[in-house]
Each structure stands twice: as structure tokens, then as C-alpha cells.
Design a protein around this ligand. Structure first.
Ligand SMILES: Cc1cc2nc3c(=O)[nH]c(=O)nc-3n(C[C@H](O)[C@H](O)[C@H](O)COP(=O)(O)OP(=O)(O)OC[C@H]3O[C@@H](n4cnc5c(N)ncnc54)[C@H](O)[C@@H]3O)c2cc1C
Length: 471
């Protein structure tokens, strides 16, 4: 028997990969989910006029091994004809903006624009590349994204490109997030003994083997040059289809069953929920680290402490619909650097990314994250979130109309923060589990990547590495 804890996309994917590896039949897999809903943060809501609101993730990138792995899963689930891609060249891929000094500025997207000086940057961006190759090394184990980029590319790049990017990816502070979160290879090139240029070139041309992740959908994504994609009716279609497929293949899914204790005994593990007990040979935790930590504390306090130290942030998400086209320019949206002291992280222009039949404008405003206390004193409620979203979207985008529909979601402790030292913490966590031969596999977005692709890939890798004695 295997128990999977957590019915977010990573728990569902873990059960799917267990079945694919034919390690055991569906009847020997139990999936335990605390709430009445599978999919975790992946939640899509259909509103009047067929408008789709995404509460959590809205697009997936097809790039890299992780991207290819998700496309393969989408194909395996028979969802290829449900994919809604945004190809390169679409305004949503060309126009990505930042809000600085009360103005929206387009970020450079073409080779040509790298040679032009563009506000708010001090110099043409090509100078940043030269600075990168010529700045002196600073030897260290880890560093913040902000420090690394400021020292190797320039302070304006750290301030206006990297800080808002980190807000957009994990609602975090670039002055705390580890450089290894996004720039591991560049950081390792800096730290190596060989000349910087040689290391960078070697890294650029180092190809990750893709053989195991090929699919027709991946070929299509390459041919049609997809930048990002969603699914018809919203990304929640992915966990919903996984759920149907798991049920058909015999997996028992327990909803409204928050796990209350985990006890490792003999060669197995006992998991208790409010209503039932589950004995298995192996436990796959797809819980966020902060939810797993208290469950491991009675038997493994040191492991629990390490898991607790992975911080999480709360994000306010407000979906807004305006009754007509109120945008002056088509774009993906914009991000706000924290230095601007504006209480939103950014706005996504959903109706530009995925236009609907009607002429409405759909926006998603995000706020809070690591800057929650600075702007809201930690007390963001639905009314404050809505008021903030309406005020700043109207002010920044110069909209006169009021929204005709909205949905507010305050997502408590929803995104992990890979702060400086995260990778060393992971090494200690994995070593603890391995040394004590604990029958536990950790998957999900708390460990090796915060996006949907990373969460699914962590499940693939976790299951590939599992050695089960049972048949
Ligand atoms: C606002 C927002 C926007 C995002 N945008 C994007 C995007 O555009 N693109 C992208 O790639 N990624 C995005 N992400 C990240 C993406 O949502 C996550 O990577 C992914 O959903 C993580 O899935 P998961 O299964 O690891 O975790 P979760 O979704 O957190 O699932 C964990 C599950 O465990 C359950 N659980 C918790 N405690 C217990 C317990 N005691 N017992 C049983 N079950 C329990 C929870 O109820 C939940 O269902 C976004 C995230 C957020 C919050």
C-alpha cells in the first residue's frame, strides 16, 4: 500500500505516476485530501458571459524538461485538444511592463531594444551583459537575487527587472530570495575557478536530455512557438481530469479528511485522519512543508524544525471584470517594483491573454506576499483587497468605469519562499530521511520549484526514485 497526502496537483500527479510505473494497482493507493476540493491552489471559476477567473495559477510555460514533462502529462490525459497556447509575437508575450514613477514602462523584448536606453534603466541593457562578464567575483555559498544581480549586472537591473520579477513569480522579496532560485547556473559560473565567459558558454550549451519527456504536444509547442498556455475552461481542468483518471484506475480518494497524525512503525507508516486510519509501506507527502512539519514533530522534531523554516506568504487575488474594453494597450500586464511603495504586486490582463467573445476587460490584481505587513499590517480582508484592487487598477490604467463583476480570494500561506540557504536546508532534509531509512518521499512546490511544472516534475522524480518492495 502507498498513501499520498495532499490532493493538490502534485499529489494527484504522484498517484498518476505510481500507476504509470505499474508499481502497484490503483486499489493499493489512497490519496488523502483535507478539503472537499482537489487541485489545491488550482481553482478556475466560470462567471457570466463565459469569463474564466483563475484564483491561483493561470498559465504554464512549455519550456525545459519540467515544461515538456507537463505537456506529456496533458497528452496522456487526453487534453491535447483543450490546450490554449499564447505563441511568441502575441501582444501578451511582447508587452510586459513595470510601473515606476507613476508610469508604465515596457520591458525590452527584442535584440534591438537591448541597444537602446529605455527608462527607468540607467543604460542600454547590453551594458549590463558586459558588466556581467567583467565584474570581479565574490566567493560565497549563497546570496540574495538582489545582491547578485546588483553586483554583476547593475543596481537598476536588480531594482527594476529582478525585484518585480520575484514579486511576479513568488510574491517575494528579491533581497531575501536565494540567487539559486532563478540564476543557479550563472551563480555557479561566478563561483567556479575558470574564466567567467568560458563557464557561461559551457552552461548555455549544456543540454538536458529530453528523451523521456518527448510527446506530440511538445513538438507542436515547438513548431508553433508557444510562450505559455492554459486549458479550455481554465487550468483546473488538469486536476479535475487527473481525479477522474485516478478514480477510474481504482485509486481511493478521501476528501474532507485532514491528516492529523503520522507514525512510522516497523517498515511502514500509519496515517490518521479525523475519521480513519491508513497503514501503508510508503508515504508520499504532497503537503506544503509548513503543513507536514507539525505532523512529523512527535517522532522527528529536527526534521519538523527544518520544514517549518521554509517560509510561506499570503497573497490577495482580486479578479475584476469591466463592462467594455477599457485598456489602452494590449499586454500581459505589469508588475510593480517594491521600491515604488504601491500596495499591489501587479496586474495581469487576462482578457488580452485569452480574449473571450464579449468586449469585456478581465484583470487579476495581486497584492500582499512578502510585503503584506508593509502595506496592510498583516490584516488584508476581502473588503480591503477589493477596494485596493479597484482603486489602483482604475488609477494606473486610467479607467473611468467601475467593474461589473469581481471575486476576491485571500490565499493564506500559499507560496513558499526559497530564501538564502534553501538548498542547504533541502540537503539536510533529504539526508535526514535517507540516513534513517524513513519510508517517506517529499513532493510538491515547497522544495525544488514553486510553479505548476516544478510541482508535477517533483512528483515524477519522486516516484521514479521510489523503491517499493511490494508488487
Ligand atoms: C496566486 C498564485 C498564482 C500562481 N500562478 C502560477 C502560474 O501562473 N503558473 C505556475 O506555474 N504556477 C503558479 N502558481 C504556483 C502553483 O499554484 C503551485 O506550484 C501548485 O499549485 C502547487 O501544487 P501542490 O500540489 O504542490 O500544492 P497545493 O496546491 O498547496 O496542494 C496541497 C494540498 O494539500 C492539502 N492539505 C494541506 N494540509 C493537509 C492535511 N493535513 N491533510 C490532507 N491534505 C492537506 C491542501 O488542501 C491542498 O489541496 C501560483 C500560485 C499561487 C498561490
Amino acid at each position: 500500500m502507498v498513501t499520498v497526502l495532499g490532493g493538490g496537483v502534485s499529489g494527484l500527479a504522484a498517484a498518476h505516476y505510481l500507476l504509470n510505473r505499474s508499481l502497484l494497482p490503483g486499489e493499493k493507493i489512497s490519496l488523502i485530501e483535507a478539503t472537499a476540493h482537489l487541485g489545491g491552489w488550482m481553482k478556475s471559476t466560470r462567471r457570466p458571459n463565459n469569463v474564466i477567473y483563475e484564483q491561483g495559477p493561470r498559465t504554464i510555460r512549455p519550456k525545459g524538461v519540467q515544461g515538456a514533462n507537463t505537456l506529456k502529462l496533458v497528452e496522456e490525459l487526453g487534453l491535447s485538444n483543450k490546450v490554449k497556447p499564447i505563441p511568441y509575437g502575441h501582444p501578451a508575450t511582447m508587452n510586459r511592463m513595470i510601473y515606476v514613477d507613476k508610469k508604465l514602462h515596457k520591458l525590452p523584448t527584442s535584440m534591438f531594444s537591448l541597444f537602446q536606453k529605455k527608462e527607468p534603466f540607467d543604460k542600454p541593457l547590453v551594458f549590463a551583459a558586459l558588466k556581467f562578464l567583467t565584474s570581479p567575483k565574490e566567493i560565497c555559498n549563497d546570496d540574495t537575487m538582489y545582491n547578485f544581480v546588483a553586483r554583476r549586472f547593475g543596481k537598476d537591473i536588480a531594482e527594476y527587472a529582478i525585484s518585480p520579477l520575484i514579486c511576479g513569480i513568488c510574491a517575494g522579496d528579491a533581497k531575501e530570495i536565494s540567487v539559486k532560485f532563478l540564476m543557479r547556473k550563472l551563480f555557479e559560473a561566478e563561483q567556479s575557478q575558470s574564466p567567467m565567459l568560458k563557464e557561461v558558454i559551457l552552461n548555455l550549451f549544456a543540454k538536458t536530455p529530453m528523451k523521456d519527456y518527448e510527446s506530440e504536444l511538445l513538438n507542436k509547442a515547438k513548431e508553433e512557438k508557444w510562450n505559455v498556455y492554459s486549458l479550455e475552461g481554465g487550468l483546473e481542468l488538469l486536476p479535475r481530469t487527473l481525479e477522474e483518471s485516478l478514480k477510474e484506475r481504482g485509486v481511493s480518494i478521501h476528501l474532507n479528511a485532514p491528516c492529523t497524525s503520522i507514525t512510522f512503525e516497523g517498515n511502514g507508516v500509519k496515517v490518521k485522519t479525523g475519521r480513519s486510519e491508513h497503514f501503508s509501506d510508503h508515504l508520499i507527502s504532497a503537503l506544503p512543508a509548513l503543513k507536514l512539519a507539525p505532523l512529523l514533530h512527535p517522532q522527528h522534531p529536527d526534521l519538523s524544525e527544518e520544514l517549518y523554516k521554509i517560509p510561506f506568504v499570503t497573497v490577495g487575488v482580486v479578479n475584476l471584470t469591466f463592462p467594455k474594453n477599457v485598456l489602452r494597450e494590449e499586454a500581459f500586464g505589469f508588475l510593480v517594483p517594491p521600491s515604488q511603495k504601491v500596495p499591489i504586486l501587479g496586474i495581469v490582463y487576462d482578457s488580452c491573454c485569452f480574449p473571450s467573445d464579449c468586449d469585456q476587460t478581465v484583470l487579476t490584481v495581486m497584492m500582499g506576499g512578502r510585503f503584506m505587513d508593509d502595506h496592510f499590517g498583516g490584516k488584508l480582508d476581502d473588503a480591503v483587497a477589493l477596494q485596493t484592487a479597484v482603486k489602483y487598477s482604475k488609477e494606473i490604467l486610467k479607467i473611468n468605469d467601475d467593474p461589473c463583476d469581481h471575486k476576491v480570494s485571500i490565499l493564506r500561506e500559499c507560496i513558499p519562499q526559497y530564501v538564502v540557504g534553501h538548498d542547504k536546508r533541502l540537503q539536510r532534509i533529504y539526508k535526514y530521511i535517507k540516513d534513517r531509512k524513513i519510508p517517506l518521499t517529499l513532493v510538491g512546490c515547497s522544495y525544488e520549484g514553486v510553479g505548476v511544472n516544478d510541482a508535477i516534475f517533483s512528483s515524477k522524480r519522486g516516484i521514479d526514485n521510489i523503491k517499493l518492495k511490494i508488487v
